[in-house]
Design a protein around this ligand. Structure first.
Ligand SMILES: Cc1ncc(COP(=O)(O)O)c(C=O)c1O
Ligand SMILES: Nc1c(O)cccc1C(=O)C[C@H](N)C(=O)O
Length: 411
């Protein structure tokens, strides 16, 4: 059987129409939705309404009339089905970093007598920094970060581990950690598990409830397309919610914020994770952006994501000029996220030359060119075009030009 062309794949794509919900750059191909997702029409419309009408005209009344006060809960409930969570377990607030601080601390308290937070050296730095901050605050008798290689998790899970802190999808390689297996293994040894869903929420099905996950965090600005700096979210399994104590106790997490009581008493359920006033502008935009997922079957989304990355790999491998690019993302579908990472000694210059030619991926130190594939708005033809440009940049040696050597502040 002949391999279908990119045009044929696009013609048969059940998600093709979703692309029209997005306002995409007029030129080029955007392969960085794993860092900052694209703008939807609904989000742009909401941004206008919130600024011009709700803030501009209705001002303070909007807390009630436009439901600003319930935004964290409403957004959380919209995210819940995307991550396999039944209602009442997700709330939108703050950043992943801040939320991790709350959750790691609360989870440690649930496992009093144990002090170790186990994570992997490959985890996203903020996950590790947050625990290092807690360790400095609480002292090593209360909190101790232990790091191991990804391959050593089983042997590192000792009986002092209170919390296993894992990224679902590795931010560099796109490797998908086995949520079901690792959660069960940690539970068997008496540890709780916190999952960082930054690179999986909105990109593939996530089954938090089915895996009996304890806690999770994730961000709004990648595959959820909530915009730059969009608020993050927290998941806490219902069975843990009653006995929790999170350290950033603020008035929005109080049982009755407008009683202005002197003493803190946490709200029931997920609201206890709120600290201060929600970022109304960004959360409103995120709420509208989430509408794009309405009616989407996440297994269809996942199939397209895998087909896009399959095509990219096939195209690169078919071109001898690209033989120096070494794939460090998994080949097996089961373990491959929605991104591809390629190692090359001139990764920085190649990523910059690609950007100059309209193919927006990114670079991760020291030598990775990374491409994210957002199935809601990418076409198979975009994939083919990106590899054409990549081949041209390498064949012509364009990336060796001096303007592509200078490192930038944000990579
Ligand atoms: C896996 C992972 N966790 C956390 C973060 C950072 O989250 P935040 O900036 O919301 O604290 C990122 C990316 O920025 C990430 O890739
Ligand atoms: N959050 C970011 C930012 O504020 C600026 C630039 C990049 C980001 C990112 O999201 C990085 C991303 N988490 C990564 O996977 O590398």
């Amino acid at each position: 059987m002949n391999t279908p062309t990119a045009q044929q794949l696009d013609a048969e794509d059940p998600l093709a129409a979703k692309r029209d919900d997005f306002l995409l750059p007029e030129q080029g191909v955007y392969l960085d939705g794993n860092s900052l997702g694209c703008l939807t029409r609904q989000a742009r419309q909401r941004a206008r309404e919130v600024v011009e009408q709700q803030w501009g005209q209705d001002l303070i009344k909007s807390w009630n009339s436009h439901g600003w006060i319930d935004l964290p809960t409403r957004c959380g409930e919209k995210i819940a089905p995307l991550i396999g969570a039944a209602p009442g377990q997700v709330i939108c607030c703050d950043s992943i970093s801040v939320n991790l601080f709350k959750i790691v601390s609360a989870a440690l308290k649930l496992r009093a007598g144990r002090r170790t937070v186990l994570s992997t050296v490959s985890n996203f730095p903020t996950d590790l920094y947050t625990v290092q901050g807690l360790q400095a605050l609480l002292g090593e008798q209360q909190c101790r970060l232990q790091l191991c290689a990804d391959t050593e998790l089983e042997s590192a899970l000792g009986d002092d581990v209170a919390v296993l802190l894992m990224s679902h999808v590795d931010f560099r390689t796109g490797y998908v950690n086995d949520m079901q297996h690792l959660t069960a293994m940690a539970h068997q040894l008496g540890a709780l598990v916190i999952w960082d869903l930054a690179h999986s929420a909105g990109a593939m099905p996530v089954m938090l409830d089915d895996c009996r996950a304890d806690f999770a965090v994730g961000c709004g600005y990648k595959y959820l397309n909530g915009g730059p700096g969009a608020p993050a979210f927290i998941y806490a399994a219902k069975r843990h919610q009653a006995g929790l104590q999170q350290p950033l106790s603020g008035w929005m997490g109080h049982r009755a914020p407008f009683d202005f009581d002197t003493h803190y008493a946490p709200a029931a359920g997920m609201q206890q994770f709120l600290s201060g006033t929600p970022a109304v502008l960004s959360m409103s935009v995120l709420e509208a952006a989430l509408d794009v997922f309405r009616g989407i079957d996440l297994s269809v989304l996942r199939s397209k994501s895998l087909a896009l990355t399959d095509l990219f790999i096939r195209q690169v491998r078919a071109r001898p000029a690209l033989a120096d690019l070494q794939l460090i993302s998994p080949i097996e579908h089961e373990y491959r996220g929605s991104q591809l990472a390629w190692r090359h000694p001139d990764a920085w210059a190649i990523s910059q030359a690609l950007i100059a030619r309209g193919i927006i991926g990114d670079f991760r130190a020291p030598d990775i060119v990374r491409f994210g594939f957002s199935p809601l708005y990418l076409r198979y033809q975009d994939v083919e075009r990106s590899v054409d440009v990549l081949e041209d940049i390498v064949c012509t040696g364009m990336y060796r030009q001096s303007q592509f050597q200078l490192r930038k502040k944000v990579t």
